[in-house]
Design a protein around this ligand. Structure first.
Ligand code: A3P
Length: 305
């Protein structure tokens, strides 16, 4: 009986999800953004950051949520219960996101300091007050191939983003930068350059996978904290893929725009999954294009561990 009731709930959720209209896309300065964000652009651009704000920035699907949970646990001195006080999107307002009832900007304005905020904006679209107030920023980047695959599956399950079409179609869309928040290349390179003149801790998903404790320690030092080894170990354990996948406060399980039966938010959490998705030809074309786009930067990535 119980099993049947659960099936019914799932079926109803599926039907409700199917009825949600997909969000529309528009542009700000040539960067594709969701239409409501574009309509709300003056409010976003004029957002007033405060000197003690911390901003977590990333290209979508680079490991944002993972970084957010690490930051929250460090700020809480490893207090697991405290970090489960609310879903991650409520703990850290998503600056440019617009909901039916409110927006990330409204949430941020209503939040007491010190605030931790999240954004996917490319460097040139970040509200200038973050630079003026010299806010600390943590940026996380992920190799383009895995990032693309993760973004593709995310777009299949999330009504907050456009339908990606087939993988082959999406491959072209991603390569041309016609995805929400713009080109991966411009994003990671823009933020990389900015770190020379602004307090930005630039993290890599692959390094976090390789040695989470080392990377968590970097975050801790950047935040000016000093936690005991055992607390760091606790944070490593509680921010593992397996734990976060089962944590309703980090896995977006109750987000009505996401259909986790199509592809879970906590999908695979590995480095090198692109090998299961790219055809040989796509890989060849990608590598050629990548060389050109990355010729003018010292930034480099691991595509496998
Ligand atoms: P995959 O789709 O490759 O599994 P974001 O938070 O920026 O949307 O990024 C989501 C991606 O990060 C997903 O990648 C997700 O599985 C992965 N991820 C989330 N938490 C993780 C963790 N604790 N360890 C490793 N990967 C994680």
């Amino acid at each position: 009986m119980e099993g049947m009731a659960k099936d019914k709930v799932e079926e109803t959720k599926e039907l409700e999800w199917a009825l949600i209209p997909p969000r529309e896309v528009s542009q700000v300065d040539g960067v594709f953004l969701e239409k409501n964000m574009c309509n709300n652009w003056d409010k976003i651009w004029n957002f007033q950051a405060k000197p003690d704000d911390l901003l977590i920035a990333s290209y979508p699907k680079a490991g944002t949520t993972w970084t957010q949970e690490i930051v929250d646990l460090i700020q809480n001195n490893g207090d697991i219960e405290n970090s489960r006080r609310a879903p991650i999107h409520l703990r850290h307002p998503f600056l440019e996101w617009v909901r039916v009832v409110n927006s990330g900007i409204d949430e941020a304005n209503a939040m007491p300091s010190p605030r931790t905020l999240k954004t996917h904006l490319p460097i040139q679209l970040l509200p200038p007050s973050f630079w003026e107030k010299k806010c600390k920023i943590i940026y996380v980047a992920r190799n383009a191939k895995d990032n693309m695959v993760s973004y593709y599956y995310f777009q299949t399950m999330n009504k907050g983003l456009p339908d990606p079409g087939s993988w082959d179609e999406y491959f072209e869309t991603f390569m041309s930068g016609k995805v929400m928040w713009g080109s991966w290349f411009d994003h990671v390179k823009g933020w990389w350059k900015k770190k020379d003149s602004h307090p930005i801790l630039y993290l890599f998903y692959e390094e976090m996978m390789k040695d989470p404790k080392r990377e968590i320690r970097k975050v801790m030092e950047f935040l000016g904290k000093n936690l005991k080894e055992e607390v760091l170990d606790k944070i490593v354990n509680n921010t593992s893929f397996a734990v976060m996948k089962n944590n309703p406060m980090t896995n977006y399980i109750n987000d009505i725009e996401m259909n986790h039966s199509l592809s879970p938010f906590m999908r695979k959490g590995v480095v090198g999954d692109w090998k299961n998705q790219f055809t040989e030809d796509q890989n060849k074309r990608f590598n050629e294009d990548y060389e050109k786009h990355m010729a003018d930067t010292s930034l480099s990535f691991f595509e496998e561990l």
